[in-house]
Design a protein around this ligand. Sequence first.
Ligand code: CO
Length: 134
Amino acid sequence: MIGRLNHIAIAVPNLAAASSLYRDTLGAKVSAPLDQPEHGVTVVFVDLPNTKIELLHPLGDNSPIAGFLERNPSGGVHHVCYEVADIQAARDRLKAAGARVLGGGEPKIGAHGKPVLFLHPKDFCGTLIEIEQA
Ligand code: CO
């Protein structure tokens, strides 16, 4: 059911330092920071030949990654995003299998303008999973 790895999101306490690490130390192509107020994050996109890394930093008072950074003050992998062809069909299959779909199970428009859902990390090897209709 899942297809390509769309991105890996890494929460970082210092976006400039993380950008420099990926650009200068790791030699990757790194975007300018992009505020996404509707998602409570500022994002830097790191383009890799086969996928993207998204460096996430909290934006605003109710950022969904604020708690994660409190628990992981030096940052860490926040979620991985897999592509699916049909998000409703994917949701129904996951729910039937007993997986917990976060946020009531209704897809929301994600950071790339496409429908997304998040799956409970306790059901998936301790990893928060985002599925995106590609
Ligand atoms: Co994501």
